[in-house]
Ligand binder design. Sequence first.
Ligand code: OAD
Length: 260
Amino acid sequence: MQAADRQRFAAVSMMIDDTLSELIRRRPRTLVLTGAGLSAESGIPTFRDAQTGLWSRYSPTELASPEAFESDPERVLDWYDWRRALIARSRPNAGHTAVKRLLDALPGARLVTQNVDGLHQLAGARDAIELHGNIWRLRCAAPGCRHERYWSDRTAPAPRSCPDCGKILRPGVVWFGESLPAQALASAWQLAEVAEFVIVAGTSGLVHPAAALPFHALEQGARVVEINPDRTALSQAAHWHLACSSGTALPALADLLDAP
Ligand code: OAD
């Protein structure tokens, strides 16, 4: 470990009080909820960073809405090609690896993510619930055509026309104004209902219904830790707010499970 990492690690260890350590060591039924901040340390910009964020040039609705796709499909698909190329060059970071360790070590723990980049899965996380879909999935935009496929070739841009009907293919992600996949949302809600402990990492909590999940868990009596360098609407309500990066805080939490 390098000196800077050691310093960061020491700083986060100070934020983890005895109550939090003991709770994790008791191996509670855990829900991990992640957002774009988790992939920031893999070099993927978050959505709302003022300078580098994915929405810095265009507004969300100009790039990720059915209306944008209808009015300028090429612009929307070019943007998704750019994002896929960026993700293809990225690797899971220490935060992704720590989530996998937590899922493996905590019985019944589940991951719900808003991220569409697939980096959690690349790090080995099992059974991730993807609330906003996956950027590597493609589906035909034509009404009535059910063509859907996973595009695993990370070296080439995704195809744009449907092999079944010739109409345009769109990314298998949830756009603004669209419903979340019903099964994924129902499972996430159920997990929030029964969780004893919720780890919320790298999300601004600005997009619903995902943002409501930790509050629902709190109402049911769960303990909640938020990991985010910035404060959010959840920070006040959460039992702990670890004001640091997920690549530092999540490994520190996972290490607690290794300790004798
Ligand atoms: P946002 O871009 O809204 O928020 C990212 C959060 O991560 C911010 O609160 C940052 O402070 C925090 N952050 C940045 N770097 C971090 C780090 N290294 N460690 C921990 N936290 C860090 O992303 P989401 O909350 O995921 O939806 O956004 C939710 C949804 O809004 C996305 O799924 C996307 C977007 O519009 C759609 O595209 C439908």
